[in-house]
Write a protein that binds this ligand. Structure first.
Ligand code: RBF
Length: 213
């Protein structure tokens, strides 16, 4: 049994509350059975921490290489939606400076209330499974995707959880999705950690943004 105090993630002492968070999961479809388990693990922990089902959006793309652009578009579209919803609710007179995505405004007379979520995503989880093959594809995709996801979270200020498994063998990937079939047992579903990380980082960023430490 590995010693979690030396290697691995020590669970947080704080139970972060996800009831006020909106989270997007963007997943690739390569190695789908492993992806499905990881997505289910992430969704399970999001809900366990109080994230409402209606505030969990799941989108898919073909492969891991597509994850950074998809995550970027999902983040920017949710931010644009939030401001356009607020603009419509206020009869087009809302100042961008006064927009507060947490506030529900009363519709002005004659304004159009559009049925769109009014809150940008607090965190995005990018989920992919890369398994090394016999060509250099693995190295190129791992490198490009990890750098692009990091750049996205630094540029956008929105936590982007790195849910990309980069495994040397099928069995390594299966074990990291809790689907192990070898002598190490089922392993651990890292999708659960990513769900918890999204709630923790989403909560931190909200709190820090409000100047609370
Ligand atoms: N996408 C993955 O998510 N996981 C993989 O293991 C994976 N392996 C690939 C291996 C090869 C040889 C190729 C051509 C693509 C692979 N992709 C994989 C797909 C890649 O992320 C992307 O969807 C395509 O290259 C189209 O941009």
């Amino acid at each position: 049994m590995p010693d979690a105090t030396i290697k691995g993630l020590v669970p947080s002492e704080v139970q972060y509350d996800g009831s006020n968070l909106r989270v997007a999961i963007v997943h690739a479809r390569w190695n789908k059975s492993i992806i499905d388990s990881l997505v289910a693990g992430a969704v399970g922990k999001l809900k366990e921490r109080g994230v409402k089902e209606s505030n969990i959006i799941v989108q898919s793309v073909p492969g891991s290489f597509e994850l950074p652009l998809a995550c970027s578009k999902v983040i920017s579209a949710s931010q644009a939606q939030a401001s356009s919803t607020a603009t419509d609710l206020l009869g087009g007179a809302a100042s961008l400076l006064s927009l507060d995505p947490m506030r529900t405004a009363s519709p002005a007379p004659g304004s159009t209330v559009v049925n769109m979520p009014s809150k940008p995503f607090d965190a995005v989880i990018a989920i992919g499974v890369l398994i090394k093959g016999s060509t250099m594809h693995f190295e190129y995709i791992c490198d490009a995707v990890s750098h692009a996801l990091m750049r996205l979270q630094m540029d956008s200020g929105v936590p982007v959880i790195f849910g990309v498994l980069t495994a040397l063998t099928d069995d390594q990937a299966l074990e990291r999705a809790g689907l192990g079939r070898g002598e190490n047992g089922a392993g651990h579903n890292h999708g659960e950690d990513w769900g918890l990380a999204a709630v923790e980082m989403g909560s931190h960023v909200q709190r820090w943004g409000a100047g609370k430490f």
